[in-house]
Design a protein around this ligand. Structure first.
Ligand code: 3PY
Ligand code: MG
Length: 257
């Protein structure tokens, strides 16, 4: 398991673009896998995807290009261990508010002595066939990205970024807006200022700044790029489906006028 292209991109702060999966079927992964995204995140926090669903979805990515990442359901050692054992090449850990919480996420993702991840035969090491090679490479190869989604996390951003093993941070704009009392207003000045503070801290500390552009309009994507985000998740399967269906329906309705 060599250093993944994603880990290299994060370390060099090079732009890397992926997307997001909430529908727990491998056909979704197979479809998105053909579109040139470098990675795809499967969402175990806000969708009805459990560990079996996760493994099934990422089997749809196997050999097709995009790296499988997991947004785990919470900052928990078992949640992180299970997605890594199933084959995730990186974890995105929600609602990390402090350096201590970031250190806990890193520990869960690393084998001893750096962390507390348990060893076992599992899908990630071809059920033991590549056990030695996988176990010796995994700590350096797996990306750990913590989500910045609250005012508390923004206040602590320098300390969070200083935690060894944190490869980058990723802003959840909806939780962030809720934390600032402007729920759903992801372009509210308070949220934008928080995002700018996070990007500035990332630039100073040489870590990747990520954002989920959930509603991936051209304007929103170009704003995120201008703002300096380098780890960009654009859109989401459910949102793409709704937008395309709406567009087609509106087109058809116009034709009937
Ligand atoms: C948020 O906006 O809070 C998210 O977690 C998006 O993925
Ligand atoms: Mg969130």
């Amino acid at each position: 398991m060599v250093m993944s292209s994603l880990k290299t991109a994060l370390a060099e702060n090079r732009l890397t673009i992926g997307s997001w999966i909430q529908i727990g079927h491998p056909a979704v992964a197979e479809t998105l896998a053909t579109l040139g995204f470098e990675w795809l995140v499967v969402d175990l926090e806000h969708a009805d995807i459990g560990i079996k669903g996760f493994a099934d979805v990422i089997r749809g990515l196997h050999g097709r290009g995009p790296l499988p990442l997991a947004r785990v359901r919470e900052n928990d050692t078992l949640a992180i261990r299970q997605v890594l054992d199933a084959g995730a090449k990186g974890v995105i850990v929600p609602l990390v508010n402090s350096a201590e919480e970031a250190a806990r996420a890193v520990e869960a993702a690393k084998y001893p002595p750096e962390g507390v991840r348990g060893f076992a035969f599992c899908r990630a090491n071809e059920w033991g066939i590549n056990f030695d090679a996988y176990c010796s490479a995994a700590n350096n190869a797996i990306a750990v990205i913590v989500m910045i989604e609250s005012k508390q996390a923004v206040d602590n951003i320098e300390d969070i970024l200083a935690v060894e093993g944190v490869d980058g941070v990723f802003i959840g704009p909806y939780d962030m807006s809720g934390s600032y009392g402007v729920t759903g207003q992801t372009d509210h000045p308070l949220v934008l200022e928080a995002c700018h503070k996070v990007v500035r801290a990332c630039q100073t500390q040489g870590k990747a700044a990520g954002l989920h552009v959930v509603n991936a309009t051209e304007d929103a994507i170009s704003q995120a790029l201008k703002d300096g985000f380098t780890f960009l998740a654009i859109g989401m399967d459910t949102v793409f489906l709704k937008q395309a269906a709406e567009r087609a329906r509106n087109c058809a309705l116009k034709g009937n006028l």
